[in-house]
Design a protein around this ligand. Sequence first.
Ligand code: 5AD
Ligand code: SF4
Length: 560
Amino acid sequence: MTGKTVYLETFGCQMNELDSELVAADLSRLGYTFTLESDRADVVLYNTCSVREQAEQKVWSRIGELAKRKQTQPELVVGVLGCMAERDGIGLLDRMPAVDLLCGPAELDKLPGLLDNAVRTKMALGAEDNADGTSRDREGAGLPLVSARQVALQGDASRRSGTLAAAGDRLEMLDLSRAVSAIEHNAQRSAYVRITRGCNKFCTYCVVPHTRGAEVHRPPEHIIEECQRLADAGVIEITLLGQTVNHYRYEGASAVSIEGVLQPQKGRTYKGSHHRDAFAGEGTTTFADLLYQIHERVPSVQRLRFVTSYPRDFGNDVLEVIRDCPRLCRYLHVPAQSGSDRVLKMMNRGYTVGEYDEFIGRAREHLHQPEIGRPLMISGDIIVGFPTETDEDFAGTIELLERSRYKSCFIFKYSPRPGTVAFDKIADDVPDAVKRQRNNELLAVQTWMSDEVSREQIGRTFGVLVEGVSKKARRAEGLTHGQIRLANAVSLTVGGGSPEQSSTEADACETIQLSGRTDGDQIVLFDAPASEVDQLTGSIVTVRIDSADRLSLFGTLTPA
Ligand code: 5AD
Ligand code: SF4
């Protein structure tokens, strides 16, 4: 509803960050404005994550705070979006009367309608609502209770093929309608593009197949069109998103775009491969084809990467495309989850430790080329304390971590999630103290590995996409990035002078630490002239690495 101010906070993964960006663009087009201060908002929306209980607890406590605020600001509209809304559904409304609106991740296209209804109904009912959203005025007048609460969840329909197609089309419009004007204003250089929604793997610990529904692949033309629009708006780095990106496969058919019907591009398949997937017929777009087509058709995207890869079904065709296309990043995020075959089986992961090792070896064989400045960087995810995990199973995980030589690894303590097979069928029998101990032990191993992988980069030269003034420099100067930009704009020396004291001579020699990333997603810190911060931010510069620690590489700006 025009004129209302929205505070939108995102929890969880990159997929949620993208969903929030699309929702914000959608609502902005309808006249809503956004604030970064929750206190100033008429509408508070939380885009939530259910993957672990901890993520949910944060949201519960936020909603608890809002419930108090509603006592003095009853007209406030509170919405829970995303996986928690879908997982907990009506139960969440029962537990949290302060919530006015629920919208699952596969229903986000309906959010503007729901929000409009929530705002209007509240206004019509008067602010004097009961805590459960029904109207006190109406209750007093003996009228039937009307609730302002709005709900859109996919529920049991999530995996039915008929509704799946319809839901896919609706959601497709949301991705396609992405407003690039907002991006232009932010001078955004990096963006996410979804290629697949949902997941069909049903790992026994995971809520995602239940909350995000069945796997649906977006038409390649839509993905390429979106990449092109982002590139036209100045984006130079795109990360393709999906729960299991390497399962991407699209059987050609015409599809709808916001401009009308699109014809599929016929059979421009990746021809470099000797290992082309046997069951990919003409008209089928495989993941390798998709990468190749984006690389060829949107060359102004300097960096193209993707997350998350599934360790099974990852063909050499994909590895060869990455090797042969210079703007495809040498970076893979491939969760192993465990180094024990017994545990992997209980997790329903569908591969063995041997198969995981085989894939990592094959990826390194194809892509690890440090001699041409292109080492392969791999990151992983591990769950410790999965039910029944023994010391011996855990020892296998430590060994896997040592063998895999990840640049970084996310380590999670198993969190039982209602609705999953593991929750229903296997007792959470590893004590929390043991989970914590194993978590710390793995962190120590990974710290060591990250340190080694970082130090291997010393002496190498990398293209670095500059993100801006480093956190350390910002803290040291007590400046926010906005202040530094302002400082540059008025030719201020960043060393702490005032506008009156500024001198061009001082500008010329003043340096400041900038941070950026390699195509393998390693953080690089280097000094640059303070006067060039704005010019360098968002561009790719060449940096020679002089030293390193486990988190960052430190280098010197060199001519390309
Ligand atoms: N408990 C702990 N970690 C989990 N993950 C997914 N579900 C759970 C759970 N129930 C982790 C996995 C996955 C990452 C996104 O979150 O490692 O790869
Ligand atoms: Fe969850 Fe497994 Fe799907 Fe990843 S592949 S989203 S862990 S079910």
